[in-house]
Design a protein around this ligand. Structure first.
Ligand code: ATP
Ligand code: MG
Length: 776
């Protein structure tokens, strides 16, 4: 047996050595699914499978690169290089470059990123004279995206009265028209958006049997990581390609399905057995990533989901430290707590910045964390914000380059036709767009043929437009004999971009210059990297494709020793020794938008499971009593997910602030209320899972006595039930466990616990600051 296979346990070896046929590995977090895929590829190659015949689809390009690197270390660089590996989008973009002409696309088609799509949609809304407050471009974009991912074409849309009625009911009766215009405009511009890369691949494989046969024959072995998050469009592609040889291996974890909101379909994993014959199913149960405390805590949370496959996850790792739960007053305090904990922990445990990650539910939460880290001089990096390639100055340069390759690219043209300024105003551009629509040709062609067409533009402006076209065409000539780096350098000079950013001399201007320099360096690296690769297709085209599909995770720039800040969604598949999950508050996590149905809430819970299982050694959970959201200070209440963790795995830290504001200790802050009348009230009733709603006692919330008027806002924001009158013998109602009798009370302050015997016989010890109890 090959040496490397000794790095797998027996359960992992089984799927690794199962060479042929359809197979699925379903296993919990950290159990080695990704590792199995990696080793399996190496094993296939050792069994004589040509790397050219292997296709591996990963969640990020970074994951693909890392996997390839590991395989290269086992089988050698030159072999690994020929593997087809990457995200669905990047792999199928490459195939569409080769085959796209069948669908009427040029091989140098542009990939529109979200920003381009948004601009085009906004422009269409304006051209159709629609109200942009009703037709919000972001919502429109996500509608269009969901149509495409469900393979609903424009034609299918107009054949589907239900869809049309739904949009009409949402006050957007012209939705279909926008969709139609959007699709036509993209096509005319020789552009595909992200969803098109999947939609058009499906179209290609369905309409052209010879193309399907070609790629079925090429991809004899297909492997998919994170299968639980494939959407319908991706699912169909995999099924079509695997249909002939049926050598398909998918790995995933239903408990980590977190992209339903973007159309991912958990039933893909559940139905795999139905789709193929003789599916071999494998389970992995041993977690290698995390301590016992973390694994058990995560298990106890995901256990609360009803819709799941039964799985066992255990670990032989150390018990480890308990999960630290900390309550802070504000998000500023939360940031400071994170920063000082990292600072001290680095000192005490000889850790590095890169050993820490801070995960949050929404991007907006990063600001307070960033501020605090900066004050402590702790280097950090935010992943998933505006990517480098989406910065204005970078997009300007890239738009010129895109236009050189594909002059029909409308969004690129609109961006740079008057930047730097050359006296071509918005009115002129509007007229050009109208003409382009009327003659059904790209704007670039309108300009080229402006003298023969009927366009109202004066001769001075015409000359400026012609100069612009001449400049772009001169770049196109240069592109045939210079490399991408030489061309880009020439472009930033000749267009005046460099001068434009240089001239203001402000720090922002200088930063922009540096970014452009960085971009040019990147292109240079790329060109040099290309020299080593045997098939050098147009370097510029390939560079632009990489850039369009780069996620922020992919750009490994700068010092790698930094604290990682990212949303939980982005952290999928990753691992860090120490993980902070911040903003553990109701309406934030679980998100306010996801509490209408059980399935939405279960998706949030899976998201929490993903977050917790990123941690190897130590997890921290923090929540605040009040938080700025949408510009207002909002009372916060601890997330139900904290309460859902089995208390044995928690280490609740009672911070000093709490002592200070604990009304049990200092009733005077309540003004004229006698201490024994003081009750801690939940500020508002909690939205409950629909299914549970009926069985809930009507009056679940405990209202504060009417005359209770806290003088300090903070006291009123306390989210914990903390009833001073709770005594042994009380009958209480618990949100989830039902009715029970208080048997014992112990601890003090934030650690006050009650032992309760519930009607079903369970005896539970609950921490009163989290338990949602009501005295009956
Ligand atoms: P996730 O569900 O989060 O994607 P996963 O199932 O893909 O997790 P991996 O990332 O493959 O799990 O593995 C988790 C960690 O455990 C990695 O650091 C991996 O190197 C390590 N690991 C997996 N299997 C073994 C093993 N047999 N021996 C030692 N380490 C292992
Ligand atoms: Mg994985």
């Amino acid at each position: 047996m090959q040496q490397y296979l000794s790095q797998l346990n027996d359960a992992q070896l089984a799927p690794t050595l199962q060479k042929d046929g359809p197979m699925i590995v379903i296993a919990g977090a950290g159990s080695g699914k990704t590792r199995v895929l990696t080793f399996r590829i190496a094993y296939l190659m050792s069994q004589g499978v040509d790397p050219f015949n292997i296709l591996a689809l990963t969640f990020t390009n970074k994951a693909a690169r890392e996997m390839k690197g590991r395989i290269a270390r086992i089988v050698g660089d030159s072999e690994a290089k020929n593997l087809w590996m990457g995200t669905f989008h990047s792999v199928f973009a490459k195939i569409l470059r080769i085959e796209g002409d069948r669908l009427g696309y040029p091989s140098n088609f542009t990939i529109y990123d979200t920003q381009d799509s948004d601009r085009l949609i906004s422009s269409i809304i304006k051209e159709l004279g629609l109200d942009k407050d009703i037709y919000k471009y972001k919502q429109i974009r996500s509608r269009i995206s969901s149509y495409k991912n469900s393979l609903i074409t424009v034609k299918a849309y107009f054949n589907n009265p239900e869809l049309m009625e739904a949009d009409a009911a949402a006050r957007r009766p012209r939705m279909g028209d926008i969709y139609k215009h959007y699709v036509e405009r993209c096509f005319k511009a020789g552009a595909m958006d992200f969803d098109d890369l999947l939609l058009k691949t499906n179209e290609l494989l369905t309409r052209f049997p010879d193309v399907l046969a070609k790629y079925q024959d090429r991809f004899r072995y297909i492997l998919v990581d994170e299968y639980q998050d494939t959407n319908h469009s991706q699912y169909l592609i995999v099924r079509a390609l695997a249909d002939r040889f049926q050598n398909i291996c998918v790995v995933g974890d239903d408990a980590q399905s977190i992209y339903a909101f973007r159309g991912a379909n958990i039933s893909n994993i559940l139905n795999f057995q139905r789709d193929y014959d003789d599916v071999k199913e494998f389970r992995l149960e041993q977690n290698y990533r995390s301590t016992k405390n973390i694994v058990n805590a995560a298990n106890s949370v995901i256990d609360k989901n009803q819709n799941k496959l039964d799985k066992i996850v255990w670990t032989a790792n150390d018990e480890g430290a308990k999960i630290k739960v900390n309550r802070l007053m504000t998000d500023g305090d939360e940031g400071r707590y994170v920063a000082s904990t990292i600072f001290e922990s680095k000192m005490q445990n000889q850790l590095q910045n890169k050993d820490f990650a801070v995960l949050y539910r929404t991007n907006a939460q990063s600001r307070a964390i960033e501020d605090a880290l900066r004050k402590r001089d702790i280097p950090y990096r935010i992943y998933g914000g505006l990517s480098f390639y989406q910065r204005k100055e970078i997009k300007d340069v890239l738009s010129y380059l895109r236009l050189i390759l594909n002059p029909a690219d409308e969004e690129a043209l609109k961006r740079v036709i008057n930047f730097p300024s050359r006296g071509i105003g918005q009115t002129t551009l509007d007229r050009l767009i109208v003409a382009a629509n009327a003659y059904d040709i790209p704007i670039f062609d309108v300009i080229k043929r402006i003298d023969e067409l009927d366009v109202k533009i004066n001769s001075g402006t015409r000359n400026k437009l012609k100069d612009f076209v001449t400049m772009i065409e001169s770049f196109q000539v240069m592109n045939t004999n210079a490399n991408a780096f030489e061309l880009s350098e020439h472009v930033v000079k000749v267009t005046g971009l460099i001068r434009e950013f240089n001239k203001d001399g402000t720090p922002e201007g200088i930063a922009k210059m540096e970014n452009i320099e960085e971009l040019l360096n990147g292109i240079k690296d790329f060109v040099e990297g290309q020299k080593e690769v045997a098939d050098t297709r147009g370097a510029l085209a390939e560079f632009l494709e990489d850039v369009a599909l780069a996620t922020d995770l992919d750009a490994d720039k700068g010092d790698p020793n930094h604290v990682a800040l990212m949303t939980i969604h982005l952290a999928k598949g990753l691992e860090f020794p120490h993980v902070f999950i911040v903003g553990m508050e109701e309406d934030l996590f679980p998100s306010a938008m996801s509490m209408n149905t059980r399935s939405e809430l279960e998706e949030e819970r899976r998201l929490f499971y993903v977050a917790l299982t990123r941690a190897e050694k130590q997890a921290y959970l923090t929540y605040t009593l009040s938080r700025y959201r949408w510009g207002k200070l909002i009372d916060a209440e601890p997330s139900r997910f904290i309460e859902e963790i089995d208390e044995d795995y928690l280490d609740i830290i009672t911070p000093l602030q709490e002592q200070r504001f604990n009304p049990m200790l200092d009733a005077s802050i309540f003004g004229d209320i006698e201490p024994n009348k003081v009750r801690f009230a939940k500020p508002k009733s909690r939205k409950v899972e629909k299914k549970d709603a009926k069985s809930k006692p009507e009056n679940f919330k405990i209202n504060a006595p009417k005359k209770l008027k806290p003088v300090s806002k903070t006291t009123n924001t306390s989210a914990n039930l903390f009833d001073s009158k709770l005594t042994v013998g009380n009958i209480v109602n618990h949100q989830r466990f039902g009715r029970g009798e208080v048997m014992k009370i112990e601890g003090a302050g934030g650690d006050l616990k009650a032992e309760i015997r519930f009607e079903n016989g369970d005896l539970k010890k609950l921490l009163l600051r989290f338990a949602k109890l009501e005295i009956v």
